[in-house]
Design a protein around this ligand. Sequence first.
Ligand SMILES: Cc1ncc(COP(=O)(O)O)c(C=O)c1O
Length: 397
Amino acid sequence: MMLSQRTQTIQPPGTSRMRTIANEMKARGIEVINFAAGELDVDTFELIKEGARGAIASGKNTYTPTLGLPALRQQVSRVVSRHTGLDYSMEEVGLTAGAKQALYNAAMVLLDPGDEVIIPSPYWVTFPTQVELAQGRPVFVDTRPSKYQLLASDVEKAIGPKTRAIIINSPNNPTGVVYDASELERIAALAIKHGLWIIFDECYASLVRAGHRHAHILTSHPELKARAILVNSFSKSHALTGWRLGYVAAPAPVIKAMANLQGHTTSNPSAVAQYAISHALDRDDGQFIATVNRALDERLERALAIIADMPDITAAPAQGAFYLFLDVSAYLGKRLGDRTIDDVDVFCELALDQAHIALVSGAAFGDPSSVRLSYAIGDNDVMEGLGRLRELLRRLN
Ligand SMILES: Cc1ncc(COP(=O)(O)O)c(C=O)c1O
């Protein structure tokens, strides 16, 4: 069947492959521990459900304006203003079907064919694909030599005449690293100097481990607001991945262009989800996310103790989100029986069929030396799964 050339560049996200296989194994009765999840393991909170029930009971079934209910846009603009310390109006924000759509909108309204977009690597799988769909060209900056921190000096080297934007994701998926305020400050200065857009994906901003702080790209350079596209989501902060609600904050003309695009693609994000969030936003006392963070802090500490006992495995600094990113390169080339671990994909396959643990291969994130594990999967599963991984590593030679 002949499909468009565009389809040739789109592969299914590498993150979902392992999840699918793990679920199939589970359905066959195998006790798989699924470290491949990209979402919290807790239910959302009562205020959200109350808001959704209210919306359904009162028949809120119709379309809303494309970029969301005016009242919700007002609320979100207040959230963004508080968060950035800058003044955002409702014309400068829009609701989207998850952060994914906000990012897609950004690529589509900013990029012309051949425009380059700087993407720190390892990267969340969707960034380069969306840039390519918009006929842009991803230019990767390797963060591995700087312990996964994004250095302004490396960004500067990647800037060329065709550079249009830089995508920054902090706290980072897949590494769990929170970018340094001082580096963000220098990158903001570079963006201003070279007239670049910053796409700032802060979907994990509220998920930061004890002792760390999420730094904002606009703090040091408020004037960058004119060139910043802030992307956020309720998926991770409110345990609502399936409801598909995210948002974008950007200069009003950008938001208007996104409204035109979104009006011809999906129109408004789910009305019930919008009413539910609107109900919860002004009433939320912050207890939900505080409890989630406390549980993740404790779990991470116990997880790191087991990882410390795995010879030749190094973990990226786990400062935010809920991911552990382990460098397994010391094990590539080793053997288990007659199987050689040729690459990190084989490592993950072996982990799945020998230890029944589903990991995501770093190759999906542009890093063929590492694997990603989510520790948002329940205390017992994390400990049991890491125990199995440690045991598997001992068997490799
Ligand atoms: C860095 C990053 N950005 C965006 C998203 C998309 O989130 P949403 O569910 O809001 O579309 C994800 C989801 O995993 C993510 O990790």
